[in-house]
Design a protein. Structure first.
Length: 73
């Protein structure tokens, strides 16, 4: 619970600062949330399958947009 709260607070701080291009600052928010998702998937495997499906659909969406030259990272 603490890692999840820290991750969301880091994302809120990052979003409220106005500068979203700093990769180092993004890592402070992304890493704790990734750990929390991993812990959630370990504790509740059905939630893990749902999250993998959700992220798979999102990856497919990004792939299609990238292949059609509508999105470039």
């Amino acid at each position: 619970m603490i890692v999840l709260t820290y991750g969301f607070c880091s994302l809120a701080l990052l979003a409220s600062s106005g500068v979203l291009l700093s990769v180092n600052r993004c890592a402070y928010a992304i890493v704790p949330l990734s750990i929390t998702v991993g812990l959630l998937a370990t504790a509740k495997p059905r939630w893990g399958y749902g999250l993998m499906g959700l992220f798979g659909v999102f990856l497919l969406y990004v792939f299609v947009r990238f292949a059609s030259w509508q999105w470039v990272a």
